[in-house]
Design a protein around this ligand. Sequence first.
Ligand SMILES: [Ca+2]
Ligand SMILES: [Ca+2]
Length: 276
Amino acid sequence: MADADGVYVFFGDYGLIAYSHSGKERWRHPLGPFNNVNGHGSSPMLAGGRVVMLCDQDSNSYMLAVDRRTGKTAWKVERPEVVRSYTTPSVWRGQLIVPGSYYLTSYSAVTGEKLWWIGGMSWQPKSTPIVDGDTVYAHWREGGGEAEVPTVTPEFSEVLPKFDADKDGRVSKPEVAQDTPMTCGFENNDLASDGFLDQRDWDNYRSRRASRNTLLAVRPGDLRGDLTSHPTAVQWRMQKFLPNVPSPLLYDGVMYLVKDGGILTTLDPKTGAIHK
Ligand SMILES: [Ca+2]
Ligand SMILES: [Ca+2]
């Protein structure tokens, strides 16, 4: 991304680098290495005179803002409640609107303060939120979130005795050798890639199985805190025909969704009702 002073780029294997318009390096800010199984999908963005970079990953997710002139850290917020995502946030009224796994969260672009959040969506979102007047739209889609009735998964304390043959309090791949679904999903669920499923890995797996893909319309006003069950903040949720990667498009009072495989859906952004 670029401004009057130059160009800002992010390399997943290095971090942030700023160049002048003539290509001269102005500053560099190393980041990583990241723990993100599919690579880093987020792009840097400019907000409040800073370069903001979302660094969601399977462990130690965070977001930071650096001064666009110097590259020095202005603020950094940890995001321990989320894991993998590939989104680039949007800016709405001085707030950074950030889709992450299971949550949509707003932060002050100036201070990084967490302002409000909404839960109940699926993991690894990829698209960028739409902002339109007083409403924000964001969407989540992943393969496991398509079930109309989310699956209830037992607690870690219930499954551990069944698999933990060597009684070390965690589950290794050989210990689940007889359980095909567990073996197939092992690497995906082993967030820190340490070869064991522990409490954190299992809690994330439970959240995945309990979540649903969602297109969400939010009117946050000046509200703060947990808005998940707020009567007016969440305008509507829609759970069908959602694309995996492409962002929704809002144009001339109609929202467009293009789903993998070639399904185009149009809907009313005020109500979430499907036109066709
Ligand atoms: Ca074990
Ligand atoms: Ca692990």
